[in-house]
Design a protein around this ligand. Structure first.
Ligand code: GLN
Ligand code: ZN
Length: 747
């Protein structure tokens, strides 16, 4: 049996985010097109050389992107919306970045999450006027470049046609088959050229195959691969799936392709079970995703090796197998070598992208060498020290009083006007604040100085909110870097890295905290600033926390205990924070859950279970507060038609949701579903610098009030205001307030 190693993709940002800096200096016009292309090439090649040195047998090419891999696919196939026609030539950088970031005249392409990860891709648009053609064979160019400059015979990577079309928008559903047929001919051209240039294996990423596909959908996919095979019989396609199991693996294994790639880490065991139930044709390559490609844990080599051995036992001696991560390493930080502050005991349990490459080599040779043993010893040391687990119960949680009981008590306590106005939490993070935070982190500013600046900001914004006339105020979140990292720094059981950057979208990177042990409350996290704000005004100030499901979804989570257990640990660790806020007279508390919706599992059959524990973990946070304490929550993204009952089950006294960009659709949702608790539908879009006139917001409010009762309705923007300027924020909120006051008179 031949055993090879391979990866599906590698982070492109560079060890020190040099990719990000290059992009941003290009956008600021500090470097010209030539310099930009040169710098990008340097980053691309140094990355390839690194992969070569690691000993990998199959090195991906074409996965490197100047912005996003889906945008690359869209541009390659000329899916360039008409509104960008004046931005530049079809293949130019101008058009490319116009689509990614928008121009003065035309809004950027939509961005959305890549399956169940926190990576955002650009959504390709297929317009009726689309002229299908291959503008530029990008993987071919990078295949040739790799060969010439590094001597690597790369494995080109493409997102497959089925997935591409599934995640695109703008075309009518009935046209799916038609567009798929068109795409097949374009793919055949790209694949044909690659094959001719000497590419022996081409990786076709088809993550959309892990959704719950029925036989009819599998027929459609099978036909795609039959057609491509008919057009380019000599192509060596490896059909790569990830993030979940394939519902009918046997069927996939018989598609006319050279190999298949499966995820054996995030498949709930389903892929391995199926693999034992049929005989894989012996000429087929089997790529086994045995190490976790989207989390930061060091691989237990013994376990991974045992799994491989178990699967191998029934394969033919002629079979070629590959050892791989479960998915592209895009989702993990680049290298541990720049972590100077994480204890070595903790680092013993971690592996970022570069370290995962070494793990693949160890697994390939299967010898219990000194490096193998040292690796395992470190892992066991880490587990002994940290991976304890204090039992939490994943349970039903609820407040002692129902909403019907709480509502009159809260009405009386708070005595707010009809249609109360509020905001979602953050106010503009101005340059001085961001600079101060950096200085504070670097030790160039002491705690006292930093706190004084935060207080000054709070003073200013309490006054501004009062002047505008808002009913429920917030402190403004000036002290926070990020809504998850901030809590990760303060709760026990979390570690924050110095350089653990992962691409989130475009040049934006995030540093998800690492949950490595029992999550526990350590000390109050938000009381200082919130109570200070509360003391500056006679109006209610709403406290601001991030909820357990969002903290979990935006962190690297433990894999030795279940996600639901971790969510409940976080929920219980937040309880004392609510108590501390109440003790300091903060009795309106918002627990944000913007990531609850996006945590939905990929398989439909798993939705109900997830929503059940997620809702209960959310409820556990506020289970012990007073009935008069008003619990708010907030969710971004407007798609929640399908989870309305879960949203209601969250039992928040008030929920605010982002809606202004799709108000019409939202209204329909509430025509069909009764919502009987406090609710604020965002009345203006905070993503745009535009200041909406009061009349526009009036209309939105009045329209909402056709389906929602005025006594439950709140007036607020779509989301936090941290990315806006102060001027925009003040002007927009003043208009919002006057719209609310107008509506109070007329309803
Ligand atoms: N309270 C947070 C803020 O205002 C909410 C952010 C979010 O929903 N993503 O910034
Ligand atoms: Zn939001």
């Amino acid at each position: 049996m031949t055993v090879k190693t391979s990866i599906q993709g590698f982070p492109g940002i560079g060890e020190q985010r040099e990719w990000k800096r290059t992009l941003e200096s290009f956008w600021r016009n500090e470097i010209n097109n030539n310099e930009f292309e040169k710098k990008m090439q340097t980053i691309r090649l140094s990355r390839l050389n690194k992969l070569k040195q690691s000993g990998l047998d199959y090195i991906p090419v074409g996965d490197f992107s100047c912005y996003d891999h889906m945008l690359d696919m869209a541009v390659m196939f000329n899916m360039i919306p008409k509104r960008f026609a004046s931005a530049g030539e079809a293949g130019s950088l101008d058009t490319y970045f116009a689509m990614a970031r928008g121009t003065k005249e035309s809004g950027a392409c939509e961005m959305t999450k890549w399956f169940n990860t926190n990576y955002h891709y650009i959504v390709p648009e297929i317009e009726e006027a689309w002229i299908p053609k291959v503008t530029y064979n990008k993987p071919l160019a990078e295949f040739k470049e790799a060969e010439e400059k590094t001597g690597i015979k790369g494995k080109p990577v493409l997102v497959g046609p089925y997935t591409l079309l599934k995640v695109s928008k703008g075309y009518p559903e009935e046209q799916f088959q038609n567009y798929l047929d068109i795409l097949v001919t374009l793919y055949a051209k790209v694949i044909g050229e690659l094959t001719e240039a000497g590419a022996e294996i081409i990786q076709m990423d088809e993550p959309a195959l892990v959704y719950s596909l029925d036989d009819k959908e599998m027929d459609i996919v099978e036909k795609v691969y039959q057609d491509i095979h008919g057009l380019v019989p000599g192509a060596g396609l490896l059909l790569q799936t990830y993030f979940e199991s394939i519902t009918d693996l046997k069927r996939l294994a018989h598609f006319p392709v050279k190999g298949i790639g499966i995820d054996l880490v995030h498949d709930q065991g389903n892929n391995a079970v199926q693999l034992k139930e049929f005989k894989l044709p012996e000429d087929k390559i089997l790529a086994l995703g045995v190490i976790d490609g989207r989390n930061v844990w060091k691989t237990d080599l013994e376990t991974a090796d045992a799994l491989t051995a178990y699967l191998r036992s029934e394969l033919s001696a002629k079979q070629e197998i590959w050892l791989q991560p479960s998915c592209s390493l895009l989702h993990v930080p680049v290298s541990l070598k720049h972590e100077t502050k994480l204890s070595s005991a903790l680092q013993n349990g971690l592996a970022f992208a570069e370290e995962k490459l070494q793990e693949l080599q160890l697994l390939k040779y299967q010898e219990k060498t000194t490096s193998w043993k040292a690796h395992q010893e470190k892992l066991h040391d880490f587990r002994r020290r940290y991976q304890n687990f204090t039992q939490v119960e994943v349970r039903k949680a609820k407040r002692n009083h129902s909403f019907e009981e709480r509502f009159p008590l809260q009405q009386k306590k708070w005595d707010l006007p009809l249609l109360p106005t509020t905001t979602i939490g953050s106010f503009p993070q101005t340059l001085d604040m961001r600079r101060a935070r950096t200085a504070f982190r670097r030790g160039e500013m002491d705690q006292g100085q930093y706190d004084r600046l935060v207080k000054k900001k709070i003073d200013r914004w309490i006054k501004l909110q009062e002047d505008i006339g808002l009913d429920v105020l917030v402190h403004g979140e000036f002290e926070r870097n990020d809504m998850v990292e901030f809590f990760g720094e303060k709760l026990d059981g979390f570690a924050v890295t110095e350089n653990g950057w992962v691409q989130s979208y475009g040049s934006r990177c995030v540093k998800p905290p690492v949950i490595y042990s029992d999550v526990k409350f350590n000390r109050p996290m938000t009381v200082k600033e919130t109570a200070y704000a509360g003391a500056q005004t006679s109006r209610p100030v709403k406290g601001m926390l991030t909820g357990p499901v969002t903290i979990l979804n935006w962190s690297f989570e433990r894999r030795d205990i279940s996600r639901e257990q971790t969510a409940f640990q976080i929920a219980e660790a937040l309880q004392p924070e609510l108590k501390a806020l109440e003790d300091n007279n903060i009795e309106m508390i918002q627990v944000d859950e913007p990531a609850l919706r996006e945590g939905l599992p990929l398989k439909k059959e798993d939705h109900a279970y997830y929503l059940d524990w997620a809702v209960n973990a959310f409820r556990a946070v506020s289970e012990q507060v007073q009935p008069t304490t008003q619990v708010h929550t907030h969710m971004c993204y407007s798609e929640f038609n399908d989870i309305m009952s879960a949203i209601s089950a969250m039992d928040a006294d008030v929920i605010s949701i982002e809606t202004s960009r799709s108000h019409g659709e939202i209204i329909e949702v509430f025509e069909e579903n009764v919502y009987d608790k406090g609710i604020g539908l965002g009345v203006y879009d905070i993503h745009s610098p535009r200041i909406p006139p009061a009349e526009e917001m009036r209309d939105i409010i009045l329209q909402s009030l056709r389906v929602l009762p005025p006594k439950l309705f709140w007036i607020n923007p779509d989301c936090g205001l941290k990315t806006r300027t102060e001027e925009e924020t003040i002007a927009a909120l003043a208009n919002m307030q006057s719209a609310a006051e107008y509506c109070r008179e007329v309803v």
